[in-house]
Design a protein around this ligand. Structure first.
Ligand code: GLN
Length: 304
């Protein structure tokens, strides 16, 4: 399989200007990102690295960070984790409030905002210096100590993230948030503001292609069962109310963020990240989904 040839083909065949979408502007600091940024990085377990465009430029990973938070919290709590957050797709937007009231403050899954806020709450309870230790964990997973938060993005979301305030407050009223709502939100906004490149994201996600073992150091981060379960959640919940469509078109577990990044994993083979900031209504990168659909179509390889 010549991945570079396939990526080159996808890049040259894509009439990028033809695709619509809108850069996320509900977080003021994200509104200034140039909409024509574009990068792809594929990291194969057997064959190395393949790339197109701005694959080394860092961008706001936003909800992709929820995967790292889950990776850190899951081994700490084990299966008890699932008492506080479910494993079902929500079929609703990532920041929706409605289901949460009907379901007594237990979020459907850890990848919608409500679920990620519960995971943040758990990490705050378990860690001495939550932001610092979480950042160090992501740096370790990625093998890159240069990765950091973007304070401006975090503070900008703090000023405007009223829906997240509502979600955390509602869950607190049901007893599913242990810490102060403002502390949980502060940690959550900083977590979402982490910046990484497609190259760093695809290298980090190799962990999930490798059954929970760090590809470079060999360190076991998740046991095989935890890695299987986390990947199952990526497949069923990684794209909010478009999780079905992503699985239908691409056929790989993955995760998106409103910074325009998407990372997908082909277990035992590769992980791939795409960045293009223009989003569809569900908050997923339009070109990102298109590129990945073409990748699994051209290679004829998916989990199905
Ligand atoms: N920080 C963003 C929010 O809470 C993350 C959303 C996303 O990437 N889908 O709205």
């Amino acid at each position: 399989m010549d991945y570079q040839k396939i990526l080159n083909e996808i890049d040259s065949e894509l009439d990028k200007g033809k695709f619509g979408g809108k850069v996320a502007d509900y977080i003021p600091e994200l509104a200034d990102v140039k909409e024509d940024c574009f990068g792809i990085h594929l990291c194969s377990l057997e064959k190395g690295n393949f790339a197109i465009g701005q694959n080394e430029q860092r961008f706001s990973i936003q909800s992709i960070s929820k995967v790292f938070a889950l990776t850190m919290a899951y081994p700490m709590l084990g299966e008890k984790l699932w008492k506080r957050v479910g494993v079902e797709p929500s079929g609703n937007p990532f920041n929706s409030l409605v289901q949460l009231e009907y379901e007594s403050g237990i979020p459907r899954n850890p990848l919608i905002n409500a679920g990620a806020l519960v995971i943040c709450d758990i990490l705050i309870s378990k860690l001495q210096n939550p932001k610092q230790e979480f950042l160090e964990f992501v740096q370790k997973l990625s093998g890159n100590p240069g990765i950091g938060f973007n304070k401006k993005v975090a503070e900008s979301e703090k000023e405007t993230g009223y829906r997240n305030v509502a979600l955390a407050s509602l869950m607190k009223s049901f007893g599913n948030i242990e810490n102060l709502v403002e502390d949980v939100l502060d940690f959550y906004f900083y977590m979402c503001s982490i910046e990484m490149s497609c190259k760093e994201l695809s290298q980090t996600f190799l962990l999930y292609a490798n059954h929970g073992k760090h590809f470079v150091t060999g360190e076991r981060i998740l046991n095989a069962s935890q890695s299987k379960r986390l990947s199952a959640i990526l497949l069923t919940c990684g794209f909010y109310d478009q999780a079905g469509e992503f699985t239908f078109k691409v056929g790989l577990p993955g995760k998106s963020g409103v910074g325009g990044g998407i990372v997908a994993v082909f277990p035992e083979h590769y992980s791939v990240a795409v960045w293009s900031p223009k989003l569809n209504k569900a908050g997923n990168s339009v070109l990102g989904m298109e590129v990945l659909e073409r990748l699994t179509t051209k290679t004829g390889l998916s989990i199905f």
